[in-house]
Design a binder for this molecule. Structure first.
Ligand code: NAD
Length: 286
């Protein structure tokens, strides 16, 4: 297929590379010219604008930082895409924005899916992302050949916006677990117990999680190179809190974690990995 790809950052760049490897013709655009050049070096075609990337595409994918960027780019995709275009937004944004994009697209005869991902840069590089898809069943079916080149789990979770709601739930769970693992490390160290030995046991028991499996060693060593930045997790906690308000539910632990992530950012750790939540818990303890 001819695929237009907009947003060639940490995630978008390796995802576009996997589409090229799967045999698709990818034309990519990013506001950073360096990112566009990198795609061309991988066998893709560089575009000079969103409109240039979208014209002639069967499928357009966007992988942008946040809702404002999608609000800027999506109308161009819808206006300049060919009739019956399949537009897949894979950014993590507000469910409300995805529903707004879907309404605009339907009015112009463009098929649209929200398909945020989990699995991080590693998952993007390896093509092992988990992809949560919102939209119409027949459009999800049409997107499968593209999505399976990017991930190993592709689940249709509901109508437009549902993919983003599932992603918000994912992010509040991840943030909460980082908070509790941080508290466990602080408790172990303050009690004179070796945190490496302690967390090894936790990882093998009922408290075990992917976060303990993948991150306990770097957290104990205080290695916080991203990964997934605190700034992006702050955005995602905001999405989770807003989604809870819209659904009319109270999520007290999510509120608490959102404030801790905000504190990490306020303390100047926005560009560190989200496991740097540990720094906030340490600071609370002097
Ligand atoms: P990133 O900042 O590395 O990439 C975003 C890219 O979009 C950048 O290269 C930027 O130059 C480009 N961009 C911004 N505005 C643009 C515009 N108007 N037109 C064209 N290009 C534009 O971010 P990322 O880590 O790749 O994340 C992308 C999305 O995926 C975010 O919503 C993030 O929350 C989500 N996500 C990230 C991870 C991760 O581990 N990094 C994991 C899962 C989901």
């Amino acid at each position: 297929m001819n695929i237009g790809f907009v947003g060639l950052g940490i995630m978008g760049s390796p995802m576009a590379a996997n589409l090229i490897k799967a045999g698709h013709a990818v034309t990519g655009y990013d506001v950073s010219a360096e990112r566009v050049d990198q795609l061309a070096a991988l066998g893709g075609k560089g575009a000079s604008s969103v409109v240039d990337a979208v014209g002639g595409a069967d499928v357009v994918i966007t992988m942008l930082p946040d809702s404002p960027q999608v609000e800027e780019v999506a109308p161009l995709v819808i206006e300049y895409g060919r009739p019956n275009l399949l537009y897949i937004d894979m950014s993590t944004i507000k469910p409300e924005t995805s529903r707004w994009v879907a309404r605009r697209a339907a009015a112009e005869g463009v098929r649209v899916l929200d398909a945020p991902v989990s699995g991080g840069e590693r998952g993007a590089v390896d093509g092992t992302l988990s992809i949560m898809v919102g939209g119409a069943e027949e459009d999800v079916e049409a997107a499968r050949p593209v999505l399976w080149a990017l991930g190993t789990t592709v689940v249709h979770v509901g109508p437009a916006g549902a993919g983003q709601t599932v992603k918000a739930a994912n992010q509040l769970v991840v943030g909460g677990i980082y908070g509790l693992v941080s508290e466990a490390i602080v408790l172990l160290e303050a009690s004179g117990v070796d945190p490496v030995a302690g967390l090894d046991v936790l990882a093998a028991g009922l408290a075990g999680s992917r976060i303990l499996e993948l991150k306990r060693h770097t957290m104990v060593k205080r290695e916080f190179a991203p990964g997934f930045r605190i700034d992006l997790h702050h955005k995602d906690m905001g999405i989770a809190v807003a989604a809870a308000r819209e659904a009319g539910v109270s999520l007290p632990l999510t509120g608490q974690v959102a404030q801790l992530v905000a504190a990490a950012r306020a303390q100047g750790h926005g560009s560190l990995d989200h496991s740097a939540l540990l720094k906030v818990i340490e600071r609370l303890n002097g």
